[in-house]
Design a protein around this ligand. Structure first.
Ligand code: NAD
Length: 449
């Protein structure tokens, strides 16, 4: 497949796609590698992951530059992403020596549980955060004693391919972590149908996630799903409106809105709607959209021409645009940050746009805000702005969403659990329990008679 730079439209490289035969061969090799890996002393697996983290750390700039070219991410953010992969590996390098089972009181003997690795894990990654999302799967999966086959998205495979090489440079065993670029319906689907792949971690659209889940059902295969979102940023009249408005643009326009956690609906208490919009407008116009190579850029282009057309379809002529930011002209898949005042039921206010487009929707009171925040099938992230502590807690409990922040638009942290309610996902990644999600619990009773 031919890859082009989203900021310039210029050719980068061609990447060969894997065939089904190549996947089958990789799974066979992974199966052998996994058994040897799981048999190593826990401290040896921990040391190997620490070395992998260190090698990634030595290549942060190279990985970041690759992501700038392949995905159009601003360089400062791409550096953060590469550093995050290192941190995730370091965090889970502590896990092999902490895979604690339980000792349960029973009569006539002792009862203990073991957390056994599942075997070979298939990880399917989307194009919006190619390296970070890959690491949320492979780091805890390897830490728990599994082997990994990983499929990057068609448009953005370059950093994942490089991470596969760096794993070998760091001394990870051959075939333990294999990156297989290819098409979703070929490589991704073969991960799902291959009986030797015992768990799927899928991140992507809800529509594809449903297909993956149905495929896994056929073999009762374990599955974690991280899917779409339409998250609400809820601003009450008693909030620090200056702070809420100043931080709202980055909460939706970061990564050009191609973020599953994008706060793409701003819900504002109607008594302060006008004031909030007055504060939001200069913040949107000051949002720096430009060359991803520029150290001051906050937002780059969309990932492809086709994706820009999809985003554009949500803002047709005559759309209720309140105001817009700026974007460069010329080559590249640019789209200016756009603020809309639609009706609650308009598609742009209910569907995941996955671009720099935000809907501002007024609400009457707390009950109305809860109903509006919970409308729809998604439940991934969200923010609540209020100076009233009780209301902040009430809203956090009432919103059906996996990741909320009060008086902040917190990004994902590797040390806290991440995942969605409703059709935003199934299972959790990251946080202290993530490695356990890559194990089967085995109960053993040992008689003392
Ligand atoms: P997508 O569903 O089109 O593709 C995701 C991955 O699945 C790609 O690697 C693709 O090749 C593969 N795939 C496609 N068809 C497949 C099939 N039949 N079987 C197996 N694999 C298949 O999604 P996308 O457009 O790449 O990513 C955008 C979506 O991802 C958005 O909806 C976004 O919200 C979501 N996302 C969710 C999270 C999260 O953590 N919840 C994070 C990032 C992105």
């Amino acid at each position: 497949m031919t890859l082009v730079n989203p900021a310039t439209g210029r050719f980068i490289t061609d990447v060969e796609h894997s065939t089904i035969e190549r996947v089958d061969e990789a799974v066979a090799r992974a199966t052998v590698a996994q058994q040897a890996w799981a048999a190593l002393p826990p401290a040896a697996r921990a040391a190997a992951l620490r070395r992998f983290a260190a090698v990634v750390g030595d290549h942060v700039e190279e990985l970041a530059r690759l992501e700038v070219a392949n995905s159009g991410h601003p360089i400062t953010q791409a550096r953060w992403e590469a550093g995050h992969v290192r941190d995730v590996l370091e965090y889970y390098s502590a896990a092999p020596e902490r895979m604690l089972g339980a000792q349960i009181p029973v009569a006539g003997g002792i009862d203990v549980t073991f957390l056994e690795p599942i075997g070979v894990v298939g990880i399917i990654v989307p194009w919006n955060f190619p390296m970070t999302i890959a690491s949320w799967g492979f780091a805890p999966a390897l830490a728990a004693g599994n082997a990994v086959v990983l499929k990057p998205a068609e448009w953005t495979p370059l950093t994942a391919i490089r991470l596969g090489e760096l794993a070998l440079e760091a001394g990870l065993p051959e075939a333990l972590f294999q990156v297989l670029p290819g098409r979703g319906p070929v490589v991704g689907e073969r991960f799902v149908t291959h009986p030797g792949v015992r768990k799927i971690v899928f991140t992507g659209s809800t529509a594809t996630g449903k297909k993956v889940m149905a495929g896994c059902a056929d073999q009762v295969k374990a599955v974690t799903l991280e899917l779409g979102g339409k998250s609400a940023n809820v601003v009450f009249a008693d909030a620090d409106l200056e702070r809420a408005a100043a931080s709202a643009p980055s909460a939706v326009f970061d990564n050009a809105g191609q973020d599953c956690c994008a706060r793409s609906r701003i819900l504002v208490e109607e008594s302060v709607l006008e004031k909030f919009l007055e504060l939001l407008e200069p913040a949107v116009q000051a949002f720096r959209v430009g060359s991803p190579d520029d150290e001051t850029t906050e937002m780059g282009p969309l990932v492809s021409a086709a994706h820009r057309e999809k985003v554009r379809s949500y803002v047709p002529d005559g759309a209720p645009v309140a105001f817009r930011g700026t974007a460069p002209d010329g080559p590249g898949f640019w789209f200016a940050p756009t603020v809309l005042l639609p009706n609650r039921t308009d598609p742009v206010a209910t569907e995941e746009v996955f671009g720099p487009v935000v809907s501002v929707l007024p609400f009457r009171d707390e009950a109305d805000a809860i109903a509006l925040a919970n409308a729809g099938d998604y439940g991934l992230a969200g923010s609540i702005w209020t100076q009233n502590l009780g209301r902040g807690i009430r809203m956090s409990r009432a919103i059906e969403s996996g990741n909320l922040s009060v008086n902040s638009n917190s990004a994902v942290r590797y040390s806290t659990p991440f995942g969605g309610f409703k059709q935003s996902g199934l299972g959790r990644e990251l946080g202290p329990a993530a490695a356990e999600a890559f194990t089967e619990t085995k109960n053993v009773f040992i008689s003392t008679d």
